[in-house]
Design a protein. Structure first.
Length: 285
């Protein structure tokens, strides 16, 4: 079992802690509105997890609660509080300064003239907009469930992206360790032919610092004859493990001809999908 397999075996199955309730922040300077929201949600169960309501009577209190509870899933937010646009300013701060793109924001107002619906939806990163006069218990319930479902999808996607990146990092680090043990120049690429790892022997041969090669398209760091050997390879499931060899020659920085046998092999990721190309060069004497 390599490092990537070990990571997958020990890694979490999901981003969510199933023992904790969903956190919904209700921001409103009217205690009755908060009371109604709590009444609507007191027996809600979503994905086997209960709802916990956190209260805030102003935008300032809401920021404090968001800092205290970074895993708040939904904000039910009034527009008019300490100022006529306190809620809208808070939306900007949440998405901007606080850099929180995940929390779902349900904006509601009792004074639609202060925040016209069309302008708010276009100009602010919110997920729902409701007039308090139109927001019945059932519609509030439906809006909160919809927001929780959206939040869950966003967090699951984020989790799997991070998991994939960590898995890739572990696997590439493992491959780098193997390549560093090779006397032959070697590098590996992703499926788009960008360099994801390189050993010192390849760096010395090409006259480019290893760090300067990482993240670059092979076409910008290798001679065209070697690039052709890499890019002509089909990266597919049936090519995983298949080795191809090709004689190549090129002029180095000193104008001298260098000949080598380019050996390319499609490697497999920890999830068994094709991951890219491993290239090794056997340079002639």
């Amino acid at each position: 079992m390599n490092e990537s397999d070990l990571f997958l075996a020990q890694g979490p199955a999901s981003w969510a802690d199933s023992d904790k309730p969903w956190l919904i922040l209700v921001v409103d300077d009217d205690p009755e509105v908060i009371a109604v929201t709590k009444l609507v949600s007191h027996d809600m169960i979503f994905k086997k997890r209960p709802i916990e309501i956190i209260e805030a009577a102003s935008a300032k209190e809401a920021k404090t609660q968001l800092e205290k509870h970074p895993d708040i899933a939904v904000i039910v937010l009034d527009v008019v509080m300490e100022t006529d646009h306190a809620g809208l300013e808070l939306v900007k701060e949440i998405r901007g300064t606080m850099n929180n793109p995940n929390v779902r924001i349900l904006l509601r107002t009792g004074q639609p003239g202060q925040a016209p619906e069309r302008e708010v939806i276009l100009d602010y990163d919110i997920n729902d907009y409701r007039l308090k006069s139109d927001l019945t218990s059932q519609s509030l319930f439906s809006s909160m469930v919809s927001a929780l479902r959206s939040y869950e999808m966003v967090r699951e996607l984020e989790f799997h992206q991070k998991l994939a990146f960590q898995t890739l990092s572990h696997q590439l680090a493992f491959e780098d360790q193997l390549m560093s043990m090779l006397d032959q120049p070697a590098l590996h690429t992703d499926v788009m032919a960008y360099v994801t790892g390189v050993n010192q022997a390849m760096s010395d041969l090409m006259g480019i610092e290893a760090g300067g090669m990482l993240g670059q398209d092979v076409g910008s760091v290798l001679p065209e004859q070697i690039v052709a050997a890499v890019k002509e390879r089909e990266i597919s499931e049936d090519q995983v493990g298949v080795v191809a060899e090709k004689e190549v020659s090129w002029a180095n920085g000193e104008g001298k001809t260098v000949s080598a046998q380019a050996r390319t092999q499609v490697f497999r990721m920890a999830d068994q999908s094709p991951g890219g190309i491993i290239l090794t060069l056997r340079v002639g004497s």
